[in-house]
Design a protein around this ligand. Structure first.
Ligand code: S3P
Length: 185
């Protein structure tokens, strides 16, 4: 089984994945860091030099390799759910957790995170805050459709969130899915 964490930039996927993996005695993988390692440059460099489409291609390829493995907690990039094949692999491999937060909170976290400039290239021509609002609005229905659980990260300690997710994982079986969800990207 593989546990996937999805959600917009700044929702806490990369911080939570190792906490959950440690408790399960599994491996945590941050797909963005893996792309950077394999490409030998930053995510922003890939966007700037090769464009977003090339980044999405590399992202889908790396995730395909990861979903062939077992016992990993994957912190996916915020846009990984834009690829429907990736979403299928995610859902076939185990429970998918959407780490949600109100838009204003994500704006606040992303503005304060100093790594934003290097690791989070612009996704549109819009101004910083407007981009978050616009892209998030488009993606929320996808995060909702692809995930098995929405985990609100607002005003929550990271250890609490890990506990909540671990409890859901323990009782989880694919049969718990009441309906086959469809997603449109
Ligand atoms: C992206 C999110 C980033 C990274 C890339 C694109 C997106 O990952 O994959 O900059 O489209 O939302 P994080 O969500 O880990 O910041």
């Amino acid at each position: 089984m593989i546990v996937s964490l999805i959600g917009y930039r700044g929702c806490g996927k990369s911080s939570l994945a190792p906490l959950i993996a440690d408790r399960l005695n599994w491996r945590a993988v941050d797909s963005d860091r893996l792309i950077e390692e394999q490409s030998g440059c930053t995510i922003s460099d890939i966007f700037n030099v090769h464009g977003e489409a090339e980044f999405r291609k590399r992202e889908a390829e790396i995730l395909e390799q990861l979903y062939a493995e077992d016992q990993i907690v994957i912190a996916t990039g915020g846009g990984a759910i834009l690829n429907s094949q990736t979403c299928e692999l995610m859902r076939q491999s185990g429970p998918v957790f959407w780490l949600s937060a109100p838009t204003e909170e994500l704006v606040r976290r992303l503005t304060q995170d100093s790594s934003t400039t290097n690791t989070r290239p612009a996704l549109t021509d819009l101004k910083f805050e407007e981009e978050i609002r616009t892209v998030l609005k488009r993606r929320i229905p996808v995060y909702q459709a692809v995930s098995d659980f929405e985990v609100s990260t607002m005003n929550r300690e990271i250890t609490d969130l890990a506990e909540e997710i671990l409890q859901q994982i323990q009782g989880w079986t694919p049969q718990m899915r009441t309906a086959v969800k469809e997603h449109t990207s």
